[in-house]
Design a protein around this ligand. Structure first.
Ligand code: 5GP
Ligand code: MG
Ligand code: MG
Length: 183
């Protein structure tokens, strides 16, 4: 579904599907160059990153192995708890792998800074981050992010994998939820 289909439930559309796809193509081309001689492993963070991973990995011109991790720091609300919980661990051994974490969004940065430390302690050769979205004004900790799709304002957004209470993940655009939806 597109933002226009549910415009009564949204305020601003921040990033359209077309803008996302164009940006993913650019970043995939850059990643292909940067990782040409490396042992790349894409690690998606469930569930928010499913759409980014699907489109980004297919935009790569090379074979790229993929693994998934499920962590939770939010519950059903809209504010970070700061507590990171592993719900599903990786299947792959990270030893000597060049890990590229694929994330939907960096908000406080707490989840990613925890993940970076965790992956480095498992013997990865390198660990870098690609986040489709980033909220610079919401940062509580600094996270070194090699690839960023779009910087957005400090508002709660949904769509393109991002949910509110498991809804709106299948929205193709990224948009701000209307306040009446929370009520
Ligand atoms: P953190 O605050 O640790 O950087 O973000 C943790 C996770 O919370 C993100 O990976 C994402 O899944 C979720 N999150 C952060 N900001 C938003 C937002 O604006 N909308 C939605 N739907 N989820 C968010
Ligand atoms: Mg996420
Ligand atoms: Mg969520």
């Amino acid at each position: 579904m597109r933002a226009a289909d549910i415009s009564d439930q949204l305020t601003d559309v921040l990033v359209t599907e077309e803008q996302i796809q164009a940006r993913l193509r650019d970043i995939a081309a850059q990643v292909a160059v940067d990782y040409a001689d490396k042992n790349l492993l894409l690690v998606g963070v469930l569930k928010g990153a499913v759409m980014v991973m699907a489109d980004f990995s297919r935009a790569l011109p090379t074979v790229a192995p993929m693994d998934w991790m499920a962590v939770s720091s939010y519950g059903a609300g809209t504010k970070s708890s700061g507590v990171v919980q592993i719900r599903k661990d990786l299947d792959e051994d990270l030893t000597d792998r060049d890990v590229l974490i694929v994330e939907d969004i960096i908000d406080s940065g707490l989840t990613l800074s925890w993940l970076l430390e965790n992956f480095e302690s498992r013997g990865a050769a390198s660990v870098e981050v690609f986040a489709l979205l980033r909220k610079p004004d919401a940062a509580k900790v600094h996270v070194e992010c090699k690839y960023v799709g779009f910087d957005i304002p400090n508002e709660f957004v949904v769509g393109y994998g991002l949910d509110y209470a498991e809804r709106y993940r299948n929205l193709r655009d990224v948009a701000v939820l209307a306040p009446h939806v929370y009520a």
